[in-house]
Design a protein around this ligand. Sequence first.
Ligand code: PBG
Length: 326
Amino acid sequence: MSDIKNIIFRNQRLRSSEVLRSLTSETKLSKDYLIFPIFIKAGNNIKSEIKSMPDIYQLSIDNALKEISSAIDVGIKSFILFGIPDNKDEIGSSAFANDGIIQQALREIKKHFPDILLITDLCMCEYTSHGHCGVIKNKNLDNDATLKLLNKQALSLANNGADMIAPSGMIDGVVESLRYCLDHNGFKNLPILSYSAKYASSFYGPFREAAESEPEFGDRKKYQMHSANKKEAIKEVLHDISEGADIVMIKPALSYLDVINELKNKIHIPIAAYSVSGEYSMIKAASKMGWIDEKSAMNEILLSIKRAGADMIITYFAKDFAKNNK
Ligand code: PBG
């Protein structure tokens, strides 16, 4: 019998020390790739914890400045802003008012922290009385009428200092419409991060509490994607790229790692993944029960999103991750 037959593939050799494990690690996640969501509410001195999202708050601008400052202290430099306005109406007009909540927040935050990146979510659902993502006609979303409102909202955000516009409503043609509008109004260099493949997901539940944006009737299945579909996600992404998106997003992240992975070698612009509220809440809840270790679960999940192929991740854990990975 030849000796060769007795060779065991000793894969454990390269796992035998911390240094070796680090040297051979194929994926590294750094806080440079994380984006931290901030919920901003009209008013003063407000800091109300969102019940389903422990440690995440609705903040008035004064307290948002403090939260942003503490995130900057641990090395977070990119933020995405969501607004909870004072008043809502049929067409969400506070979304494009100059004294709208995000417009005011942009001006204040920029004054204090001129060097950070402020991405603004672009959608009507937080601002409409019915909670849908645009103009409603006969109980249905009017896609093309919504495009006009989104252009108005984008211009208003751009004029107040937004560094990047992130349309999140799955409105058809929105990237082309925004690109044209921004280019013709002096914002040729303002990037668009498109929520290209956004699935109709149960994992948005806690966010809707946070952003007070639960639809008053029906659901969002007529404009957000069916979770069964991957080819359709590729199609959405390719459309958005051809319309001029600078970054495309897959959302949620964890249940759609296959979609992210499929795109990784197919497209040549950055891919963002949104690890949504429900993904955060599941970890928080299980760790509160003592059923999983929060920190290692957080690290493992964020790493898996990066490994799948995301270049950047929007996550409610951004600050925690940065704190733990100095
Ligand atoms: C729409 C928007 C949603 C989220 C981000 N932007 C929710 C929705 O479609 O209801 C969800 C994010 C999360 O769950 O963390 N403006």
